[in-house]
Ligand binder design. Structure first.
Ligand code: ADP
Length: 358
């Protein structure tokens, strides 16, 4: 038997492609800590997100490549890890944050905050460092969904706001700055300055993903955000009804317009259908069908996923409970959407940046 060499291992793994990034994992620099001892082979594969839906597939391809190209290999120990990719750099606002993604909608009530919170819960559940910023000035619901209602932030020794924490997720809400039930009648400059405070005067630290829950529509906060922050991109949330689709189309046109020029990562269609508890084989498309597909075709933007109406999603949100505290059909469905979201962010980070600061 010949000694297995590191070179042989690299050669074998150069036949394994990352299906999304369309290059082999050695060229992409994803293979680390290679060890060859006798017939034992061990190495680490560093993915671009812990939420990678192709994790099992890539691991299997690595194992097969080693077996195929190094017949002497007996024990193959593969450690799958992740370092979240980014196209943001250290000179930007929030230098420690790798990806900033804003969750937007044309209309209110379509489930934008529910989606924002569930993406944050899902990414954190899969091992990412996550922050959630609630900038929905007209209806800040994140404090309720995250079970932090009535909480107030503290200031650290550098005079910065310390985000609250829910199951490891850092959370700040414009709702923490106003009294409960107080109607918000702020003017444009005040709204912009409150948004900037939540960004600049807070200690967000190092994060893989900062999710921003925007107010519905397009207004002062949206403009302040795209001027002030280099975003990774936007996720649009809509329900299938014609009115929601029409408002979503307007908002998408604004984000993609020449002077805003922000990229849209994908569309999430929420409340796509309803499955009654007592007849799980039935699917009722109560708000119509095909709305998000129309938008996706029109703008050439992918659909991240469709979320049906889940009764327990709503009760969990109202009670501020982490949906991943238990596994059920809703969490299994939502985790797939989270993985698809993370996959599209990673693909976007591997391409030339199209999001520019204006
Ligand atoms: P928005 O942020 O767009 O105004 P919310 O996220 O606050 O909307 O959602 C509005 C209401 O609908 C909330 O009570 C929420 O719990 C509920 N909801 C949202 N999505 C779903 C869903 N897929 N299944 C069941 N209830 C949902």
């Amino acid at each position: 038997m010949n000694e297995i060499t590191v070179k042989q291992i690299l050669q074998a793994l150069s036949h394994v492609d990352d299906p999304d990034l369309k290059k082999d994992i050695v060229t992409l620099g994803m293979v680390k800590d290679i060890k060859a001892e006798g017939r034992n082979v061990s190495f680490t594969v560093e993915l671009t997100t812990p939420a990678c839906p192709l994790k099992a597939e890539i691991e299997k391809a690595c194992r097969n490549a080693i077996k195929h190209f190094i017949s002497d290999a007996e024990n193959i120990d593969i450690n799958m890890s992740a370092r979240v990719s980014s196209r943001r750099d250290k000179s930007e606002v929030l230098p420690g944050v790798k990806n900033i993604i804003a969750i937007a909608s044309g209309k209110g009530g379509v489930g934008k905050s529910t989606v924002a919170a569930n993406l944050a819960f899902g990414l954190s559940h899969l091992g990412a460092k996550v922050g959630l910023l609630d900038a929905d000035i007209y209806g800040p619901s994140v404090p309720i969904i995250m079970g932090l209602k009535g909480s107030h932030t503290q200031i650290n020794s550098n005079g910065k706001m310390i985000p609250l924490e829910k199951d490891g997720i850092k959370v700040l809400s414009i709702g923490f700055m106003i009294k409960e039930n107080q109607p918000v009648v702020w003017r444009g400059p005040m709204i912009s300055s409150a948004f900037k405070q939540l960004i600049n005067d807070a200690d967000w630290g190092d994060l893989d993903y900062l999710i921003i829950d925007l107010p519905p529509g397009t207004g002062d906060i949206h403009l302040t955000m795209v001027q002030h922050l280099k975003l990774t991109g936007i996720v649009m949330v809509t329900t299938p009804q014609d009115v929601a689709i029409a408002d979503c189309r307007r908002a998408m046109s604004m984000y993609l317009s020449e002077n805003i020029n922000t990229s849209i990562i994908g569309i999430i269609e929420n409340m796509s259908w309803f499955v009654p508890d007592d007849a799980p084989e039935k699917k009722y498309f109560i708000f119509g069908e095909g709305g998000a597909t129309k938008l996706s075709d029109e703008f050439n933007i992918p659909i991240i996923g469709q979320i049906p109406m889940f009764q327990n999603l709503q009760t969990k949100a109202d009670n501020g409970t982490n949906p991943y505290a238990e596994s059920n059909s809703a969490t299994q469905h939502l985790i797939k959407i989270t993985e698809e979201f993370a996959r599209l962010v990673s693909i976007k980070n591997s391409q030339i940046s199209t999001t520019s600061q204006i």
